[in-house]
Design a protein around this ligand. Structure first.
Ligand code: AMP
Ligand code: ZN
Length: 479
């Protein structure tokens, strides 16, 4: 059994992790999606990371006798502006206007789509989804408490004075460099870094989402919800706060400032702050506001099983940038197929139940205890499955334990599941099989012109024929 080490963005170093209150269990808060659009694959990388964290913490809890993990993910359905600098439109209001729908419909639609993505990626449900608009009263109470000493009011709203807390921005990287380039568009702010706690509705404009408050009709600033909901459900300080690495620069420093103001102390509110790196494509960081992003559903529609994307994510360390490309995705799909075939062969040979050998569990434990090093754990899984000195039954029993952490569903998905038919394929799965049989006959009769013609026809229907595939796969979606 290896002690768990995690990278803490606060100290910019690896630290030994132990729960603040082992009996109560580890408490984790993850910044959730803003539901004004579909999550892109980059966003989903953030939740594959939090799921890996939650699975490893659950594994370590069993090993160490800690209480059950409490994991909260929020849903931001209000307040996130098109710019981090408190300027621009509310993203939710803008989406509602653009789609001529009510903001509540927009939120419901994209929340449901996000939860479907979570299920498709075999990401476990958090203990609680907390929705920002369910907590407006509590946000107002929080703001009332910190306002006298830490906030000032302008025509546009209530602002947090970042000079009133110790070490503002200590979490951010070279924060002065980051901020220097930012234009401060809000007139009257005392410091460019000051941020909105409450945004008043502009005079004469009625927003779809607005609430009454001591500072007038309006809506909370984006950072407020996470301080309020994390403290409400987890207490302060709690163990781990997560988010994408962009949150290390503005959103999390602002949460920390609010938490310090609320407790009247210098505590950041969480013991560890952890951040996943970006998913990038050749055009740079994937982002929702850039448009043209790739959704998980678009992969499924292209005939790629969503767990291939999960595998792509866990092949990389969460703190490394990960490049997304059709080639990388296709390679992950092939690796997943190989794993599924290997497991199918073992299952066919197994006779009764085995038990997971401790040496294999120790090796997995050592890999993931090293700051969730899943890229190190995957080759150990390959070795385990191929290890002839371990009985087939014991290998399968160990695999079940590995999959508690990796979440690839290797004991339940089969060959058939991986054959996701492309949504635009103009041909049914049965037709594909029939054409392939026909093609096999043509080849047996050395009618290569006919065989090539069938291959080209299938390619036009979005199906790529694989001749001599070592895994015995006859076709795959054309990416
Ligand atoms: P949002 O819905 O924009 O609030 O983002 C949800 C989560 O995705 C946050 O934790 C972001 O930091 C994270 N995120 C955004 N873009 C990327 C990306 N390209 N790669 C990885 N994580 C990202
Ligand atoms: Zn947050």
């Amino acid at each position: 059994m290896t002690a768990l080490t995690l990278y803490n963005s606060l100290s910019r170093s690896l630290e030994a992790f132990a729960p603040l209150d082992p009996a109560r269990g580890v408490r984790v808060y993850s910044c959730g999606p803003t539901v004004y659009n579909y999550a892109h694959l980059g966003n989903l990388r953030a939740y594959v990371f939090t799921d890996t964290l939650s699975r490893v913490l659950t594994w370590k809890a069993k090993e160490n006798g800690w209480g059950a993990l409490t994991h909260v993910i929020n849903i931001t359905d209000v307040g996130h502006l098109t710019s981090d600098a408190d300027a621009g439109d509310d993203k939710m209001e803008a989406a509602a206007k653009a789609q001529a729908k009510s903001i509540w419909d927009i939120a419901a639609h994209y929340t449901a789509a996000f939860k479907q993505n979570i299920a498709d990626l075999n990401i476990r449900q958090p203990t609680r989804w907390s929705v920002a608009t369910d907590h407006i009263e509590e946000m107002i109470d929080f703001a009332k408490k910190i306002a006298p000493e830490h906030c000032y009011e302008l025509d546009s709203g209530l602002y947090f004075d970042t000079s009133t807390v110790a070490d503002y921005g200590r979490l951010a990287g070279a924060q002065d460099d980051v901020r220097e380039g930012r234009i401060d568009p809000v007139a009257g702010k005392r410091h460019p870094q000051d941020f909105a706690i409450w945004r008043k509705s502009p005079p004469g404009e009625q927003r779809q989402m607005e609430w009454d408050s001591p500072w007038g009709m309006g809506a909370p600033g984006w950072h407020l919800e996470c301080s309020v909901m994390s403290i409400k459900y987890l207490g302060a300080p709690f163990d781990i706060h997560t988010g994408g690495i962009d949150h290390r620069e503005i959103h999390h420093p602002n949460e920390i400032a609010q938490n310090q103001a609320f407790c009247g102390c210098s505590d950041s509110g969480a013991h560890f702050w952890m951040h996943n790196n970006f998913l990038v494509d050749r055009g740079g960081k994937m982002s929702k506001s850039k448009g043209g992003f790739t959704t998980l559903q678009s992969l499924i529609d292209a005939g790629v099983h969503p767990l291939a994307y999960r595998l792509l994510c866990i092949q990389a360390h969460y703190r490394s940038e990960l490049e997304f490309s059709a080639e990388n995705l296709a390679a992950a799909l092939t690796r997943l197929k190989r794993l599924v075939m290997t497991v199918a062969n073992l299952k066919a040979r197994a006779n009764g139940e085995g038990s997971a050998p401790q040496t294999w569990l120790d090796r997995l434990d050592e890999a993931v205890s090293d700051d969730l090093n899943t890229p190190k754990a995957l080759p150990i899984l390959d070795e385990l499955l191929a290890d002839k000195r371990t009985s087939v039954e014991d290998r399968l029993a160990a695999l079940a334990r590995f999959d508690e952490v990796l979440g690839l569903n290797l004991l339940t998905i089969g060959r058939g599941d991986l054959r996701v038919r492309p949504a635009n394929a103009s041909i049914t799965a049965e037709e594909i099989e029939a054409r392939l049989t026909e093609r096999k006959e043509a080849r047996a009769n050395k009618d290569f012109a006919r065989s090539d013609a069938i291959r080209d026809e299938l390619a036009l229907a979005g199906v790529e024929v694989m001749d001599g595939d070592p895994l015995g796969w006859d076709w795959k979606p054309a990416l």
